[in-house]
Design a protein around this ligand. Structure first.
Ligand code: NAD
Length: 345
């Protein structure tokens, strides 16, 4: 008998990868589908050859089935209501990003999961990439020494059409959660403050601000600098962003395409020279059996079965969300935001 009886809430585009993963697990069974557009749920059931019932609300689905786990793959505006209802009705929740739309909602969800003893985890698929793990390993191995600075460049020009073209802060609210969460992972530090300048460059086809420059002070005294654009034609970066991490012994580079490497001061460098010479060090990119969405989902299931916190639990994800929401607030007010007090407001 399956240990995990899953309801999929939100049967749109992203639900495919989640359902396909669940169907590979012998310990899991999809027992219900929910979508406010019932025909989307019915179509999804047919495409995936699922015989489970379909519903239009999460409460009705949980009450009518013996579900104990909800995949929340609805739109961001529904994450708070789906997760809070599901947790109150006895289910653990694995959710697509973002955790929720406002800081108040994010904090409430984290507190609710703690109070009820539920697992609530958020999809941060870009952490489950062998190359970002290799970059992180270079930092923890002290290859470049103590990190003082990291930067991420993100320059792309996707012509989405649809809701992103009309949003107020499409880059910060829809995409930067990935890059900010990557920064916390790479640096092993949490945010302390942010100053953000958000704007919409001439020629942008977005109504809202498609570009943002952010400076974050981090908990270990280092600084993370983000330069991002969703309307930069030509010379695109990777969707993983292009990274430079500077330590007191050298610099690690990851362009988001190839494998990371570092350049560090040669062992026999003569002190007192104007410029030192460097050795180039490759990174150890290890095979990961499951990557991206599948890797993150596998981590969530492992943690649930072992009674431990998933790497991307909502209590951890709160810090990445705070980076996004405080950056928007900083841009709106035109001043630096203290993220620690922002989090306890
Ligand atoms: N991790 C990633 O790389 C990544 C990529 C794309 C999208 N996403 C996220 O995945 C989520 C879903 O995105 P998508 O592209 O699949 O969107 P989508 O519009 O294709 O699908 C969302 C579905 O949710 C349904 N829905 C909306 N509100 C609902 C509610 N209250 N109850 C039940 N169903 C509801 C809609 O009817 C729709 O069928 C979003 O949070 C988005 O940010 C993540």
């Amino acid at each position: 008998m399956a240990s995990y009886k899953i309801i999929i809430a939100g049967c749109g585009h992203m639900a495919n990868v989640w359902a396909d993963y669940a169907l590979t697990r012998p310990d899991s069974e999809i027992v219900g589908l929910v979508d406010i557009q019932v025909e989307a749920a019915a179509r999804f059931a047919e495409n995936k050859k699922l015989s489970c019932p379909v519903f239009t609300t999460i409460d009705a689905a949980i009450e009518a089935t013996d579900a104990n786990l909800v995949f929340d793959i609805t739109i961001p505006a529904s994450h708070y209501s789906i997760a809070s209802t599901a947790m109150k009705l006895g289910c653990d929740v694995f959710s697509e990003k973002p955790l929720a739309e406002s800081l108040e909602q994010c904090v409430e969800l984290v507190q609710l999961a703690q109070k009820l003893g539920r697992t609530h985890a958020v999809m941060q698929n870009r952490r489950f990439d062998p190359r970002i793990r290799a970059l992180r390993q270079m930092i923890t191995d002290n290859t470049i020494g103590t990190v003082g600075f990291a930067s991420a460049d993100f320059f792309l020009a996707p012509h989405f059409g649809g809701f992103r073209d009309a949003m107020e802060s499409p880059l910060l609210l829809d995409m930067a959660i990935h890059t900010f969460d990557q920064a916390r992972f790479i640096m092993g530090a949490n945010p302390v403050s942010v100053y953000c300048h958000e704007f919409n460059p001439k020629g942008s086809w977005y109504s809202g601000n498609a570009m943002a420059l952010c400076i974050f002070e981090m908990s270990d005294g280092s600084v993370f600098d983000y330069r991002g654009s969703w309307c930069a034609e030509g010379a695109p970066t990777s969707w993983e962003a292009a990274w430079r991490v500077v330590g007191d012994k050298g610099t690690a580079i990851w362009d988001g395409h190839k494998e990371p490497y570092a350049e560090i001061i040669k062992d026999d460098a003569q002190h007192g020279k104007f410029l030192y010479e460097y050795d180039r060090i490759g990174s150890s990119v290890l095979e990961m059996p499951l990557t991206f969405h599948q890797g993150c989902l596998a981590n969530m299931f492992d943690a649930l079965s072992q009674g431990t916190a998933p790497e991307t639990s909502s209590s951890d994800n709160l810090y990445s969300m705070a980076m996004v929401l405080a950056a928007v607030e900083s841009a709106r007010l035109g001043k630096k935001i203290d993220i620690r007090t922002y989090l306890t407001k």
